[in-house]
Unconditional design. Sequence first.
Length: 231
Amino acid sequence: MKQATVVVIGGLSGIGRAVAERAAAEGARVIAVGRRAAPPGWPAQIETATLDITDEAAVERFFSELGALDHLVVTSGPVIGSAKLAELDVNAAKEAFDVKVFGQLRAAKQAARYLARTGSITLTSGLLARKAVPGALVKATMNAAIEIMGKTLAKELAPLRVNVVSPGMVETGMWGEMSDEDRQALAAKAGSGLPVGRVGQPADLAQAYWLLMNNGFMTGAVVDVDGGGLL
Ligand SMILES: NC(=O)c1ccc[n+]([C@@H]2O[C@H](COP(=O)([O-])OP(=O)(O)OC[C@H]3O[C@@H](n4cnc5c(N)ncnc54)[C@H](OP(=O)(O)O)[C@@H]3O)[C@@H](O)[C@H]2O)c1
């Protein structure tokens, strides 16, 4: 990994940032990518780039300008609320799919030709892929699509390895804007219902992405990192 180039799309915040920091700490060259500029205090050893994953031409340009890489991690995802079928905004659902599902597909497609055959792609789904919760239809269907996408690509792109991490509740900006007090209350309430007694932190997830980048015998896997939330 000391000589590896790792691209993390979604790497400027939350889970992706923890993956970028973990890979950089292990000595990899890391490029963290998102739509916004890097936040203040960004670690100097992690390169950044601006990219909207819904723009196929921009994704193609990004990988052709970068050239060879070893590992692609995609954690970019939309902020999307809950809605039951009767209230579902189908256009908002399409926009969410364009980021989370087609965005990961675009990234995999455009990166594949530059990725080392010994390298990996790690995509991101979510616990709702396999847990039916009323009001979570859009998240459930996006996440389920990504899990079978990972398995299909693992066969299509072999020997390149393709895996998926499925996070449970992880304390990040994905929870939306709220006061520190409300955030702590939400974390405590959600955590108390889990076997491990707490919600996840981005660093808990980074360990799984790190494992999937490094374990040459893992492909087509969906790794649940959810504190037992699926049980
Ligand atoms: N946190 C949870 O509880 C949880 C649970 C289940 C699954 N997940 C999944 O885990 C992944 C990571 O989420 P997170 O919790 O780390 O949230 P986060 O901090 O909000 O990260 C999402 C990232 O996606 C990027 N992004 C959004 N739209 C983009 C676009 N069009 N192009 C490029 N980048 C884009 C955002 O950066 P910019 O705004 O700069 O573009 C942001 O850095 C997501 O796929 C999410 O669905 C999270």
